[in-house]
Design a protein around this ligand. Structure first.
Ligand SMILES: Nc1ncnc2c1ncn2[C@@H]1O[C@H](COP(=O)(O)OP(=O)(O)OP(=O)(O)O)[C@@H](O)[C@H]1O
Ligand SMILES: [Mg+2]
Length: 224
């Protein structure tokens, strides 16, 4: 069903990337090198103000590095901290519809909407008004929107920051399932300051004092 992702291998590559905002003399990101070349659940952890959101803006091209090269061959979808800043329409179906990038007939539309809602654990939610959804359900709808527009790489900027623990787990497990799908696994880069989330990742890097660490096993972070 996620047809256009087939045979595509999304990848992101940073080579000696440095960045500072105008007027700031210190680099917020300094000589950053990393690659993501295969599907999976990748996490970057860092404290408040460490530059996590800036790193995502560099990846999706909203800002350009002062030095170095950003190479991004991926069809990127974004999930932000507050789904209310992202969802525009009054119900799940209409929100998904505006994220579909091709003209399908009604039968195909209904099938695709049903499929992506299943994928994020929102089976039967097609007609649900947005205001009746919990924060976690709204976050899973934004993930479904990325899926229905055939994004092959999802960047999630602290998607659980506003959620209670139960919703936090459901969103984490949704991404875990999508990134471990046997047929067509998704790539996801999840930004967090919550160290307890790292155990769900395939690999973790820490952003600290402008430096991004190498990819590491999540278990390396259990004492933080
Ligand atoms: N557009 C901007 N112009 C100038 N400075 C900025 C801009 N955006 C962010 N900054 C500064 O850059 C630093 C890092 O910001 P960033 O939002 O990337 O951090 P973060 O790790 O995502 O923080 P948080 O955990 O609070 O989301 C902060 O000191 C912030 O004030
Ligand atoms: Mg941020």
């Amino acid at each position: 069903m996620r047809d256009s992702r087939e045979n595509e291998i999304p990848h992101i590559h940073f080579k000696d990337v440095s960045f500072s905002y105008p007027g700031k003399k210190d680099n917020l990101i300094y000589k950053c090198n990393f690659s993501i070349k295969k599907a999976g659940f990748w996490m970057v952890v860092g404290k408040n103000g460490s530059g996590k959101s800036t790193l995502l803006k560099l990846i999706n091209g909203i800002i350009k590095p002062n030095n170095g090269i950003v190479s991004c061959k991926a069809n990127i979808g974004m999930v932000f901290q507050d789904p209310d800043h992202q969802i525009l329409m009054p119900n799940c179906r209409s929100e998904l519809l505006i994220n579909m990038n091709k003209n399908f007939n009604n039968f195909e539309i209904t099938k695709k909407i049903g499929y992506v809602l299943d994928q994020v654990g929102l089976t039967g939610f097609e007609k649900r008004p947005i205001h009746t959804l919990s924060g976690g359900q709204k976050q899973r709808l934004t993930i479904a929107c990325a899926l229905i527009s055939n994004r092959n790489f999802i960047l999630l900027d602290e998607p659980t920051a506003l959620l209670d623990q139960n919703s936090q787990l459901k969103v984490l497990k949704t991404i875990k399932n999508l990134t471990t799908d046997n047929d067509n696994p998704l790539s996801a880069l999840w930004i967090t300051h919550r160290y307890e989330e790292l155990i769900y990742a395939d690999a973790v890097a820490e952003l600290k004092n402008g430096i991004l660490s190498n990819w590491q096993e999540p278990s390396n972070f259990k004492n933080n």
